[in-house]
Design a protein around this ligand. Structure first.
Ligand SMILES: NC(=O)c1ccc[n+]([C@@H]2O[C@H](COP(=O)([O-])OP(=O)(O)OC[C@H]3O[C@@H](n4cnc5c(N)ncnc54)[C@H](OP(=O)(O)O)[C@@H]3O)[C@@H](O)[C@H]2O)c1
Length: 327
């Protein structure tokens, strides 16, 4: 069987989650890592037992050692390297946020279309069975008409030396973790809001370290989202409808202790059995299906574009103090 050869574009911290997923997958192998120096690539490869190293990102792209690259660079470099990788004939799985402007997103999508290669956003939580179950609750009408989504993603840094605190790198808690509740609301409401209002607190770093947003959809449906770098780790989402509500304790980082509870309008709470699944495996297997079977990626590029669009609108609103309309 043909195995897809993966190359890691950088030695980023997040790779430690993606490497086991590639190794668990049935149709992929981890072939190479590229770093900005040979020394760093070599020591990383030794630690993770990766067969081939490259002393620059470009060197990996021009080699024929990999079929697909996983881009885990700081946010401001996603667009540039995704386009370069596609132009070099590589499929691309690119970390969230996909890019920092809509022009960049459009350039990435156009390049994928031109080259006929697979390009997808690495939003791992969307592939987890928990999200599919939540989507079914909504589609089956068990929650009734959805009126409100409340969704939060907070965490604190151990040290302040982090790419997420650098304005020029596309830092900020909305770009980093707020994009999860934004994308979750988009998934459940099936599209972008009609208008948004955002508020932010900008720390000494120069980036938003606390952000809260209100997303207003047709028929008065709403989502309240918030993200923070200043409060302890906490994630939670609640979907509230006219027939009950669904509460998820770990919507974005589903792990063994994740809890999903349906509270019907009448009756006892129902604890939903969430199948266990490795959190990062779904996005890897999905790339394999797209590359080898021609199956369209589960998370579409139109959805990805809308994630960026909504985040940009929220930032615009927070800066101007005004509601930003999508129409
Ligand atoms: N989906 C998820 O679960 C998840 C979780 C965490 C992060 N992420 C995303 O993954 C990306 C990386 O996050 P991370 O926390 O893993 O990053 P990180 O540990 O800071 O690593 C970023 C890597 O980018 C490379 N790099 C290139 N230019 C750089 C520069 N000017 N400054 C710093 N690093 C530079 C470095 O690799 P070399 O030195 O090897 O070149 C570095 O190791 C971000 O886009 C983030 O949003 C996603």
């Amino acid at each position: 069987m043909t195995k897809i050869r993966w190359g890691l574009l950088s030695t980023a911290n997040i790779n430690r989650r993606v490497i086991p997923a590639i190794r668990q997958s049935t149709r992929g192998v981890l072939a190479a890592v590229a770093s900005r120096s040979q020394e760093s690539a070599d020591s990383y490869a030794q630690h993770w037992d990766i067969p081939q190293t490259f002393a620059s990102y470009e060197a990996m792209l021009t080699s024929d050692a990999v079929d697909v690259v996983y881009i885990s660079l700081p946010n401001h470099l996603h667009a540039e390297w995704a386009v370069r990788a596609l132009r070099a004939g590589k499929h691309v799985l690119c970390e969230k946020p996909f890019a920092l402007t809509l022009a960049d997103v459009d350039h990435m999508i156009a390049t994928a279309q031109e080259t006929g290669l697979v390009l997808a956003e690495a939003f791992m939580y969307r592939h987890h069975p928990q999200m599919k179950l939540a989507g079914e609750f909504v589609k089956n009408g068990r929650l009734g008409d959805i009126t409100l989504i409340q969704s939060v993603f907070n965490f604190q840094f151990k040290t302040r030396d982090n790419i997420r605190l650098v304005p020029e790198f596309g830092g900020g808690c909305l770009w980093d973790v707020g994009i999860y509740p934004v994308s979750f609301a988009q998934y459940i409401m099936e599209g972008v809001p009609e208008h948004v209002f955002g508020s932010q607190w900008v720390g000494n770093s120069g980036v938003d370290e606390f952000f809260a947003g209100q997303l207003v959809y047709s028929h008065g449906r709403m989502a309240h989202i918030s993200a923070s770098f200043v409060t302890p780790y906490h994630t939670r989402s609640v979907i509230i409808g006219t027939r009950g509500r669904l509460r998820m304790s770990r919507p974005f980082t589903a792990v063994e202790d994740t809890e999903m509870v349906f509270f019907p309008a009448d009756g006892e709470p129902e604890y939903v059995d969430v199948p266990e699944a490795p959190l990062y495996l779904g996005e890897i297997e999905d790339m394999h299906s797209a590359i080898l079977d021609g199956t369209p990626p589960y998370l579409t590029l139109a959805e990805t574009r809308d994630h960026v669009r909504t985040v940009l609108a929220l930032y615009e609103s927070a800066s101007s103090g005004k509601v930003v309309s999508f129409t």
